[in-house]
Every structure is written in C-alpha cells, then in structure tokens.
Design a binder for this molecule. Structure first.
Ligand code: PXL
Length: 274
C-alpha cells in the first residue's frame, strides 16, 4: 500500500505548540507523510505579548512551483493560519494545481478564539477566507471563527442546537461541505457540533478537562486531516480528535503548562500511532 501525503499550508511558529510544529508530528504519527508550505515564520504564536513575524506571501508560489516540478501529488491539503489577505488566492491556486479528484481539502479557518480575533487577522482576511469554503471537503472552525465566517455576532450560545444549526446552514450557504464547530462551552461540558454533507448533524459532548490552551485547534484539525486521508468516517474522527485534545489539556494542566504554551501532546503521541 502506498503511503499517503498531506500538504499542510500553515505558519511555522517556533515556540508555543501550534501550526506546523503540531501538524508535522501528529500527521507523521498517524503514518502520513507531512509536507509543509509555510505562510509565515514566527518566533512564537501571536498570543504572546511579543512576537517576530516574517510574512511568507512573496515566496509561497516559487516554493510550491518546485513541488510541481518534482511532480508531487497530495492525498490531502490542509490549510490553517494565513499571514496575509493575498495568501487566500495563493491557497486557491495551490488547490487548483495540486488537488486531484480524491484529494481531501481540510480548511481550518484560523482567525480567532473566545470571541476575539488573533492579532494579525483583519476584516479583509476574514472576508477573503470565506472563498476557501467552496473548495473544502471539511472545515474545522471554532465557535468564534464560525461566527466570523457566517457574518453573525459572537456570543456564547451554550450548546443550543438550533443556533448552531443556523450557523452551520450559513456556512453551507457559503459553500462548505462537512463542518465541525469546535470548542463550544456548555456548563461544565465542552461540545463539538458536527454537520455532515449528507444532512446529519450531531452535538458531541464531553466534560471540560481543564483550561483553554493555545494550539488545540491545530491539534484537532491535524487529526481530522490525517483521519480524512486514512478514510476514517467524519464523526468517528471528530470523537477521536476531541478525546485526544481533552486528554492533552488535562495532562497539560497536571504538569503545570501555561495555557499560552499549548498542550503537551508530545506525551501522548503514542495514542495516535495505530
Ligand atoms: O493556533 C492558532 C494560531 C496559529 N498560528 C499563529 C497564531 C495562532 C493563535 O494565536 O498566532 C501564528
């Protein structure tokens, strides 16, 4: 059996356990070759008071055209944090160049959390990122990002299925296929709302395992991307990703890892090696 390959279009943040630093080990542990296309190089993610940020927009096309020359093909394309508005068009072109009939496209619209946008994410980028929805097989927004994409004001709805359904319907209207809205706080639980292209929807719930840590969306989406390429059903994959994130958070709190430093998924990578 031929080994599968995923291209991950995401930033490289040296410290803080997010983006490529998370995707490469997780996707590799799940036995898929992970190929990184950087959108920006940062010393650490933007959740810290200080960060070095080198936008990679001007270099991305030349970088990936060399992959074209090598004749590479991808079973999955997973996009995350984008460093500029123009990168949306670059991602669209990348998908046109490299996606084949069976390529799974996972779009994690990294824009914000807890009702607030990340430091480098402006209005134009939020609007532009919507253009990726019709190209996607799966999208993995958290609740904040889902509201930004749907064009509605964020408020913690708790797990109100009707409200979540209305948000998902808007995302479908913008062209999304399979959708999971992650990190919905409801009392002592944390929920993920799954809407499948076939119309089925499901609210998955687990007891909240600890503090909100940076980078958990990237851990989650990396597992979803690898499972999608490995042919695991979407709801099963969401359950697995949510379980892994929950356990990583619990362990991180136990080890006293500051929430801004992400989760110590390294301690648990073995669970993903199946
Ligand atoms: O984990 C999301 C993320 C990814 N990349 C960068 C970030 C963040 C969140 O803060 O700053 C650079």
């Amino acid at each position: 059996m031929k080994q599968k390959m995923i291209a991950v279009i995401n930033d490289f943040s040296g410290f803080g356990r997010c983006s490529l630093m998370v995707s490469v080990p997780i996707i590799s542990a799940m036995k898929i070759q992970c190929c990184g296309l950087p959108t920006a190089i940062l010393s650490n993610h933007t959740g810290y008071p200080e960060f070095f940020f080198d936008d990679y927009t001007e270099k991305m096309r030349e970088y990936y055209m060399n992959w074209k020359k090598l004749g590479l093909h991808f079973d999955g394309i997973y996009t995350g944090f984008l460093g500029s508005v123009r990168q949306v068009a670059i991602v669209e072109d990348f998908i046109k160049e490299f996606a084949e009939k069976d390529t799974r496209i996972i779009v994690d619209p990294v824009m914000g959390d807890n009702g607030r946008r990340y430091a480098t994410i402006g209005d134009n980028l939020c609007r532009e990122i919507r253009k990726l929805l019709p190209l996607s097989s799966i999208i993995t927004p958290n609740l904040t990002e889902a509201c930004l994409l749907a064009g509605i004001e964020y408020r913690e709805p708790g797990a109100d299925v009707e409200e979540l359904r209305a948000i998902a319907r808007k995302l479908r209207h913008h062209g999304a296929s399979d959708i999971v809205i992650t990190g919905i706080n409801d009392g002592n639980d944390i929920c993920d709302f799954v809407w499948q292209e076939n119309g089925r929807c499901e609210l998955m719930r687990q007891p909240s395992s600890g503090k909100a840590h940076a980078g958990t969306g990237d851990v989650f989406a990396s597992i979803i991307a690898a499972d999608a390429v490995n042919g695991v059903s979407f709801p099963q994959s969401v359950r697995r990703a949510a379980g892994f994130v929950g356990k990583s958070i619990a362990l991180s709190d136990e080890l006293g890892i500051p929430p801004q430093d992400g989760v110590c998924f390294e301690e648990m990578l073995g669970e993903l090696v199946g």
